[in-house]
Design a protein around this ligand. Structure first.
Ligand SMILES: CC(C)(COP(=O)(O)OP(=O)(O)OC[C@H]1O[C@@H](n2cnc3c(N)ncnc32)[C@H](O)[C@@H]1OP(=O)(O)O)[C@@H](O)C(=O)NCCC(=O)NCCS
Length: 291
């Protein structure tokens, strides 16, 4: 009985939430903060836009992940009501994890890299504020992870792809990457996509609900995210946040219970010579393609 009472969102909690929002709303101010690899800009309605700007392809290295993590803290601290995640690149949302963090790595740095990625995912996936992704370009692997951690996705039309392609590279996506995808697309589609390392075209992604809308350009994608955010104008924010977190709790539980084991698995994977060989070949193929 005690647990049930504790786990329910009572009308008192909701009233408190509304009261808190009323107290907070007038003090929400437009702000802009610029870091090296990201920028965070919030309007006076409390909608923050976090832009990834690590050329050429926003690959997620330790420094970028640390900046994202700090920005997510800033969104919480300033009590912004929503976050839109996007990229400064005209063609790439994010190329996923920076392969150079995994190729012949310094193990101490690799450990910090992975724990920071875990933190970023947990903060974004469970954020109490509304989250949306304006995907203005390719979003493979970790790019897809960031996008699927949000509650809504608008992707710009074009020859871009999105998906968890790890299997195709001979590596295995961690179970929480899989969870993020399963929270977005039907389970059957998720299993097929994961086992084949599928990268979806924009149209294919729309068909399986990997994205929610197709946009004409970045501005349109951001506007579509804002339309999504507006849907919650009349929903008490505390009830919304608790509902989201409870709905998503089963997806985050495994990582919360196994954070150290997950890091150990990653480090073990990096120590495997066969994996290092595959990474080397993949880096070469990317460099060849870029020529
Ligand atoms: C995202 C992508 C479609 C963009 O294509 P593009 O705009 O034509 O850009 P390029 O492939 O030419 O990449 C530009 C540079 O970024 C590098 N790069 C791309 N993805 C990278 C990654 N995930 N990590 C590190 N470096 C990466 C390339 O090697 C290239 O480096 P160079 O300029 O020194 O040769 C393509 O880069 C890609 O498929 N990247 C790999 C994505 C992936 O499989 N990620 C999984 C990682 S586990």
């Amino acid at each position: 009985m005690h647990t049930i009472t504790k786990s329910l969102v009572t009308s008192k909690m909701i009233r408190q939430g509304i009261r808190r929002l009323k107290q907070v709303a007038p003090s929400v101010r437009a702000m802009s903060s610029q870091a090296n690899l990201t920028s965070l800009n919030a309007d006076n309605e409390g909608i923050a836009v976090l832009t990834l700007q690590r050329p050429p392809v926003n690959s997620l290295n330790l420094d970028l992940l640390q900046e994202i993590s700090k920005s997510l803290d800033e969104v919480s601290k300033n009590k912004f009501r929503a976050l839109i995640l996007t990229s400064a690149s005209p063609t790439v949302f994010s190329a996923g994890l920076d392969i150079m963090e995994m190729y012949k790595p310094d193990m101490k740095r690799a450990e910090l890299f992975w724990t920071t990625l875990q933190e970023v995912w947990l903060k974004l996936f469970e954020a109490s504020y509304i989250t949306a992704a304006a995907i203005n370009g390719h979003a493979p692997a970790g790019g897809c992870l960031l996008a699927t951690s949000c509650e809504y996705r608008a992707m710009v039309s074009g020859k871009y792809t999105i998906g968890l392609n790890e299997t195709a590279l001979g590596i295995v996506a961690p179970v929480w990457f899989m969870g993020s995808l399963c929270n977005t697309v039907p389970s059957r589609e998720a299993e097929l996509a994961l086992t084949t390392g599928k990268l979806f075209t924009v149209d294919e992604a729309l068909k399986v609900s990997l994205i929610d809308d197709v946009a004409t350009d970045k501005e349109d994608a951001i506007n579509k995210c804002k339309e999504f955010i507006k849907k919650f104008n009349r929903i008490p924010p505390l009830a919304r946040a608790v509902t989201k977190q409870k709905y998503r709790a089963s997806t985050t539980q495994w990582l919360k219970d196994n954070r150290k084991a997950d890091v150990a698995e990653f480090l073990g994977f990096l120590s495997n010579p066969k994996i290092q060989q595959s990474l080397e070949m993949y880096i070469q193929s990317l460099k060849q393609k870029a020529k």
